[in-house]
Each structure stands twice: as C-alpha cells, then as structure tokens.
Design a protein around this ligand. Sequence first.
Ligand SMILES: NC(=O)c1ccc[n+]([C@@H]2O[C@H](COP(=O)([O-])OP(=O)(O)OC[C@H]3O[C@@H](n4cnc5c(N)ncnc54)[C@H](OP(=O)(O)O)[C@@H]3O)[C@@H](O)[C@H]2O)c1
Length: 331
Amino acid sequence: MTAYKAFQVQEAADGSFASAVVDLDSGELPAGEVLIQVAYSSLNFKDALSASGNKAVTRKYPHTPGIDAAGVVVESSSGSISAGDEVIVMGYDLGMNTAGGFGQLIRVPADWVLRRPTALKLKQCMMWGTAGFTAALSVDKLLLNGVAPDAGPVLVTGATGGVGIIALMLLKKLGFHVVVSSGKAEAHDRLRELGADEIIHRSELSEPTSRPLLKDRWAGAVDVVGGDTLFNVIKSLSYGGSVAACGLVQSPTFQASVFPFILRGVNLLGVDSVEQPLTVKQSLWDRMGDQWLLADLEQVVTEIGMNQLGECLQQLLKGQAQGRFVLDLQR
Ligand SMILES: NC(=O)c1ccc[n+]([C@@H]2O[C@H](COP(=O)([O-])OP(=O)(O)OC[C@H]3O[C@@H](n4cnc5c(N)ncnc54)[C@H](OP(=O)(O)O)[C@@H]3O)[C@@H](O)[C@H]2O)c1
C-alpha cells in the first residue's frame, strides 16, 4: 500500500459537489495490471464536466478525474510492460468512472497503456494530451478524405480552446490556409502569431438559418462546437468538402437537412478519441512525436499545480480558458 495525493471530487448529501486535494491509499485503486506513478496530466473539457458533477461523464463520487496521464510504471503483471517504462494513458474509462490522472497513482488495464513516443518527454506528451490527440485525429480524417492544402481554406472553430489551438497549429504546419472562429476578441493577436490567416467571430456561425446552403467557404473544417454552428459549417463547405466533428461546447444536438450532402456531396466525419483501438492510438501518437511534432507547443501551455486545478477547471467549463493546461502532479 502506498499513500498518494489526489484531487478528489465529492458529492454532498444535498447534491452539491466540492473538490479538494486529499491523501489516498493505493489499496483503494481499481484492479488492473499496471500501476503508474503519474508525473503529468492535462486538463480537458470532459474533466471540467466530471469535476462539476456531470453524471453523463461520472456516475459515482467521490471520484478523481483526469482523462490523461503520463508517468512511470511502478508495477506491472503484463509481459509487455515493465516497471520503469515511461507511458501514457488516455481515454477508455480513465478519469470517467476509473480514478484518473489528477491523482499521483493510477492502476489500469495493460491494454490502455501507450508507449511514450521517443521524441516526446512525459510533459510534452501532456501538452498534446487528449485535446491534441483529438486535433490530430480530426486533421488525419480530413487528409484521408481528400482535404489537402491546395483544396482551399480550412476552418477551425473554438480556436482558443485546447483542441482548436492545436488543430490550428497542426494545419498550419501542414501548409493549410487556416480560418479560425473565436469568441475572444482579446486573443486575435495571439491566434495570428500562431498562424491563423483569417479570424471570424464565433457569432457569425452560431445562429440557425433557414437557407438550405450558405456561400461555400471552406474545403474542410475541424469543429469543436456542435449545435447550429456545426450545421452552418456543413452548409458552408465547398463541393466535396469535409468537417471533422469532435465537440459539443455549443450543443450536442443540431437540426439539419440533407441539402449540403446531396447538393454539394459534403462529408460529416465523426471523431472519437476515447475508444480508438490501442494500435491506432499508438500510431497517431508516434506521428505526433515525429512528422507532426509541434516544436512551439510550449507557448500555448500553462503549467499548473494541484491546488490550481479547481480554478482552471472552472475556466474550462465557462469557455474562458485559452490553450492547454498541463498539471504537474509533484506541485
Ligand atoms: N471527440 C472526442 O474524442 C473529443 C476529445 C476531446 C475533446 N472533445 C470535445 O471537444 C470540445 C472542445 O474541447 P476542448 O478541450 O478544446 O475545450 P476548451 O479548451 O474548453 O475549448 C472550447 C472552446 O470553444 C469555444 N466555445 C466555448 N463555449 C462556446 C459556445 N457556447 N459556443 C461556441 N464556442 C464556444 C471557446 O473558444 P473561442 O472563445 O475561441 O471561441 C472555447 O475555448 C468539447 O466539447 C470536448 O468535449 C471531444
């Protein structure tokens, strides 16, 4: 049994939720083949939902959120993973109903465990984290569906958020003309420095319209917003264009018609980072640590300690955060 610290969310008898950094014991962790000392985690929108008591994400409390973890294996009963290995765990049930990366120890099944890409240190892995992996998966889907830099501009919505900012940086690295939509006027200079070629206000896309099609503007898009924004993006794709839909910050539902699909042949591509087979995850992580390496990722990252988690999760929940938060579990 080993004592460790964790950011734990508790539900009170009146249904309210509160969080605190508490001392726990490794004996309370779930069963699993691999015990990992977590060095770094990162903050994602889903963590903010879990920490606020959203039961669609986490059914039972007390709970330690954190859908991302990077650290060193302490014990392993799996033949393919050894004590001392530096590894990443992301998605599956981590941080949802399995104690997650906001604790200094996690215990998980061996088939959740990824090798750290050689060129990325543990902290750099968490700069990408699930948000960056999702951005990479979205970009990969666009490329696989024929959205190339010479096809025309691409759009990224929610551009100052974790997924959006990395999608912008990656698309720019790959040579695209990138249009971003953002609700934060104060972030425009920053977005331009990161490579945004054009910036539009998110309100330009957020209202429903009865028009069956809108002016064709984008060969492709990465959308984290969902709702009416997603349908407006679909209606604004050029002929044969594609949107990778990965988020729901405006709404999980949207009203649509088939017109953009049957008149412009556009594609709506679903993106799920959570349940991808481990081999698919590993291969994309290896690309993120190689051909898709983002040398300047650090400039969009804020490093925090456990005592800052509550405040930063609130910022995420309110859509006020910019870039990525990396959690140092030793701070
Ligand atoms: N499919 C998957 O596997 C997967 C994986 C990771 C994340 N996600 C989802 O992707 C979404 C984004 O995640 P994230 O980590 O990037 O979150 P985030 O860091 O909170 O960023 C979301 C951004 O969306 C914009 N936004 C916030 N509220 C909005 C609203 N009401 N209408 C329009 N735009 C709004 C804001 O950017 P601006 O101010 O710049 O507009 C905000 O920074 C979430 O829904 C998350 O659940 C899905």
